[in-house]
Design a protein around this ligand. Structure first.
Ligand SMILES: NC(=O)c1ccc[n+]([C@@H]2O[C@H](COP(=O)([O-])OP(=O)(O)OC[C@H]3O[C@@H](n4cnc5c(N)ncnc54)[C@H](OP(=O)(O)O)[C@@H]3O)[C@@H](O)[C@H]2O)c1
Length: 294
C-alpha cells in the first residue's frame, strides 16, 4: 500500500469557492502555492462544497500548474446528497452510502481534480442505511484500482466507527473538535482512535471563528481570557493557543483550518511548536466547561 504523509495542519477548502471567498482560478492557485510554501500540503474537500462546484474549481487551478499535484495530498468526502441545480435528480437532502454512489462519487472527484488518485476518501456523515459490508466492498475496489489510497470516516460516533472498522480498516476520522466542542474527548471516540491507530482530524478547530463573534458571551470570554494569558507566556496569538490545545491531545489531532487568509495559515503552522503544561491544558478545558474538570 502507498503510504501518504499528510501535513500536521490541513487546509480546509469549504470556503474557497461560492460558499465563501470565491477565488478565481489564479486565486486558488496562489493560495495553494502559498499553503505549500508554509508547509501545509494537505487540502480538505467534499463533493458537496460550493453545491458541487469547489472541487472542480480547485481542479482547474491544478490544471494551470499540473506539477503541483505531486506536492499535495487531496482529501475528499462523499455520502451527503444535497438538493442542488447541479444534482437535479435529488429531491430531498439525504445520505447515500451505496456502493454505486461511493464509486461514482470518487470517480467524479477524480475528474474534478484532474487526478488519478485521491489521497484520502471519507464517508462524510453516518448514514442510517449504511451497510458496512457494501461500503467495505466499494472502498476495497477503489483501493485495489489505486483510485483511493486511504480511507476514513467523518462525524461517526465511536460505535459507528468501530462497526465499520470490523469490515474495512478505517485510517482517519474527521470530527468537530474545538474548545467549544469537546465531546469527542469525553465520549470514547478518541480512545477508540488511539486503540485502533486511527488518525484524527479536527474540523472547525477554531469553532468557525465563533469565539470572536460575541464579546458578551460568558463562555467565549472565559476561554479567550485564558488563551490570552497563555498567548503572552508563549509569545503567540490566542488562536494559536486554541490550536496547540487540540494538538496536545495524545490522539495526535490534525486541525483542518478553514481560514482563507494566508497569515492565519502561517499562524496555525507556528502553533505546532507550542507545548503547554498539563495545568494550562486543563485551565482551558475548565474555561470551556465553566466548572472544575478534575
Ligand atoms: N467533515 C465535516 O463534516 C466538516 C464540516 C465542516 C467543515 N469541515 C472542514 O473543516 C474546514 C474548517 O472549518 P471551519 O471553517 O469551520 O474552521 P475554523 O478554522 O474553525 O474557522 C475558520 C473560520 O473562522 C474565521 N476565523 C478564524 N480565526 C478568526 C479570528 N481570529 N477572528 C475572526 N474570525 C476568524 C475564518 O475567517 P478568515 O477566512 O477571515 O480567516 C473562517 O471563516 C472546512 O474548510 C472544511 O474543509 C468539515
Amino acid at each position: 500500500m502507498t503510504k501518504v504523509s499528510f501535513s500536521p495542519i490541513i487546509a480546509g477548502c469549504m470556503n474557497w469557492g461560492i460558499w465563501g471567498v470565491r477565488y478565481d482560478p489564479n486565486g486558488y492557485l496562489s493560495m495553494i502555492e502559498k499553503c505549500i510554501e508554509a508547509g501545509v500540503t494537505t487540502f480538505d474537500h467534499a463533493d458537496i462544497y460550493g453545491s458541487y462546484t469547489t472541487e472542480a474549481e480547485f481542479g482547474a487551478a491544478l490544471r494551470i500548474s499540473p506539477s503541483i499535484r505531486n506536492r499535495i495530498q487531496l482529501i475528499t468526502k462523499c455520502g451527503i446528497c444535497l438538493v442542488s441545480p447541479n444534482r437535479p435528480t435529488h429531491q430531498i437532502k439525504h445520505y447515500n452510502t451505496s456502493s454505486d454512489h461511493i464509486i461514482k462519487s470518487a470517480e467524479q472527484s477524480l475528474k474534478n481534480f484532474h487526478t488519478d488518485h485521491l489521497d484520502m476518501f471519507l464517508i462524510h456523515r453516518p448514514d442510517p442505511l449504511l451497510d458496512p459490508e457494501e461500503v467495505a466492498e466499494a472502498i476495497s475496489m477503489l483501493k485495489q484500482s489505486g483510485k483511493v489510497l486511504h480511507f476514513g470516516v467523518s462525524n461517526f460516533t465511536a460505535s459507528q466507527t468501530a462497526l465499520l472498522h470490523q469490515y474495512h480498516t478505517i485510517e482517519t476520522t474527521q470530527v468537530e473538535i474545538s474548545l467549544l466542542h469537546t465531546e469527542a474527548i469525553h465520549n470514547g471516540l478518541l480512545n477508540l482512535c488511539i486503540s485502533k491507530g486511527i488518525s484524527v482530524q479536527a474540523w472547525s478547530p477554531l469553532a468557525g471563528g465563533k469565539l470572536h463573534s460575541d464579546p458578551d458571551d460568558e463562555r467565549y470570554r472565559r476561554i479567550l481570557a485564558v488563551a490570552g494569558i497563555l498567548s503572552e507566556k508563549y509569545q503567540s496569538h490566542a488562536d494559536q493557543i486554541l490550536l496547540a490545545w487540540l494538538m496536545q491531545h495524545p490522539s495526535g489531532i490534525s486541525p483542518v483550518v478553514g481560514t482563507t487568509r494566508l497569515e492565519r495559515i502561517h499562524s496555525a503552522v507556528e502553533a505546532c511548536n507550542i507545548h503547554m503544561t498539563r495545568e494550562e491544558w486543563f485551565m482551558l478545558l475548565r474555561a470551556s466547561s465553566g466548572r472544575e474538570v478534575a
